[in-house]
Design a protein around this ligand. Structure first.
Ligand code: SAH
Ligand code: SF4
Ligand code: F3S
Length: 468
């Protein structure tokens, strides 16, 4: 039988104790923290909880590591490149610790959940005082207290507990765009992917808590709310019977909340993407017309090897249904090029699927072996150089499709959310419900507001428009 998720409130006893210690230890007027986040939105949301906790412990935030009392890197393990960046940047902190011995340097997140990485960090970077895995955020006050008071190095990882801690404070980076985690972990074990190994088993938050947080976000003026999970379509597994809800029902309930806002979600797994969900989007008031639906490969043979549990035909059927029900649907996807054993024939199936669907944009990756995953042990005869050639071919194809899609929008008008400045004088960056960027002329006082714009021109995947 499926274990019911346990939902607990956090123990806050150590928060005032750290605040007292830092009152004495701080280098400047207030204790300062520097937090750097790598990886996906789940990590961004985790860092927002870390910042919420640090705020309660009296810390303020700086973007200069040199000024900080506490430096934390929240790391990502999804590809080798992400890990290499972390190793490089951590190495550079050695001089800082020498200059300011009282600072505490810490690493957390997905990379730290891998034993070989945690060991390497412990051995190679003696100036790193604290390492904690993805399932320890609720323990941060206690961990900090122990490091600061005892001066001992701490490494905690591998917590298999699936309890969800509900009252961790959140200090959001944005004032009008907000991340709202609805579930944690992943049970899918795609053969290439490290995420289930570093984030643990899938567990869903209580719908009431999610709805309450959504309500607060809307009341606080958030205009663009993204529901987060590695596979939001399987939301609800393991919830107690009285709280049972599908993802379609959950997002349908949130959509009923009054207000002027957009609701997004990521990521959807094609194997669980239901018609019920698409119907809910089609009938909703606030859910964006954007569906991010990673297909990874267009070849059925490779999809099987990837353990994705759908085939090309099923993917295309969802896309057909979604396009029929949702006018102006904007589709995006993730693709892996060069999975072990993939041939050029397989890759051509990916190209043909890309042509057939007509995505707005794509997130494309060259396969990166992850220690401990089944794919890392598979034969991988194609050279990196060859995979890179295929990759370039895919980029060129998508570029022409994006350009065509964008060009077809010229003359249309649509609602956009003004997100920020562009660096070009008086030009603002805005985004459509379909997640397409539109540059418009305007004043920075419009940031965080919805506007109606007319699309006046297109360049590759960027649109230009004017406010009407
Ligand atoms: N849970 C999400 C994605 C998480 S990782 C989902 O299932 O869609 C984000 C993307 O990184 C994946 O969709 C995949 O395209 C890519 N990715 C994951 N592991 C990878 C690996 N080992 N090498 C290359 N790309 C990878
Ligand atoms: Fe990784 Fe697959 Fe889970 Fe996505 S669904 S996080 S790709 S194992
Ligand atoms: Fe990276 Fe962890 Fe996200 S591995 S992609 S930060 S879940």
């Amino acid at each position: 039988m499926q274990k019911v998720n346990e939902i607990k409130n956090m123990d806050c006893d150590f928060i005032p104790l750290v605040a007292q210690v830092m009152e004495i230890r701080k280098r400047g007027d207030v204790p300062l923290a520097y937090i750097r986040t790598y990886g996906c939105q789940q990590n961004v949301a985790d860092s927002e909880q870390v910042k919420g906790l640090l705020s309660q412990m009296g810390y303020e935030f700086t973007d200069k590591p040199d000024d900080a009392d506490f430096i934390l890197f929240n790391t990502c393990a999804v590809r080798e490149h992400a890990e290499d960046r972390v190793f490089g940047n951590v190495g550079a902190l050695k001089a800082l610790k020498r200059k300011h011995p009282s600072i505490l340097i810490a690493l957390c997140g997905c990379m730290m959940e891998q034993e070989h990485i945690a060991n390497r960090i412990y051995k190679s970077f003696p100036f790193v005082g604290l390492v904690f895995g993805t399932n320890y955020i609720h323990e941060l006050p206690q961990l900090l207290y122990n490091c600061l008071v005892n001066g001992k190095r701490l490494v905690v990882r591998g917590n298999k507990d699936t309890t969800i801690y509900e009252n961790i404070p959140t200090r959001r980076d944005g004032t009008f765009k907000g991340w709202l985690p609805i579930m944690y972990g992943c049970d899918n074990f795609c053969t290439y992917c490290i995420v289930p190994h570093v984030r643990g088993r899938e567990r869903s938050r209580n719908p009431e808590n999610i709805l309450e947080e959504a309500k607060q976000l809307i009341a606080n003026g958030y205009k663009d709310i993204t529901l987060l999970g590695q596979n939001v379509n399987s939301y609800g597994k393991g919830l107690p019977q009285e709280n049972k809800m599908t993802f379609a029902q959950l997002i349908g309930e949130i959509d009923k909340l009054e207000g002027d806002y957009w609701l997004r979600f990521m990521t959807s797994h094609p194997k669980d993407c239901s018609k019920e969900l698409i119907d809910t989007i089609a009938q909703s008031k606030h859910i964006s017309t954007h569906l991010h639906l990673p297909f990874q490969s267009g070849s059925d043979r490779i999809l099987k090897q990837m353990n994705r549990h759908y085939d090309r035909a099923k993917y295309l059927e969802i896309v057909r249904y979604a396009k029929e029900k949702i006018p102006n649907l904007s589709l995006t996807s993730d693709i892996i090029v060069g999975f072990p054993g993939e041939t050029y024939e397989d890759f051509k199936e990916t190209l043909s699927l890309v042509k057939e669907v007509g995505f707005t944009s794509l997130f494309t990756f060259i396969y990166s072996p992850r220690e401990g995953t089944p794919a890392a042990k598979m034969d991988d005869p194609v050279s990196y150089q060859e995979k890179n050639k295929w990759f370039q071919e895919l980029l060129a194809l998508q570029e022409s499709i994006s350009a065509e899609r964008c060009a077809s929008m010229v003359g249309n008008s649509c609602k956009v959310l003004v997100e920020g400045v562009t660096g070009k004088e008086n030009i603002l960056q805005t985004r459509t419900s379909g997640n397409i960027i539109v540059e418009v002329e305007g004043d920075s006082s419009l940031i965080g507001t919805f506007q109606n714009v007319e699309i006046t021109s297109a360049r590759n995947w960027i649109l230009k428009g004017k406010i009407i």
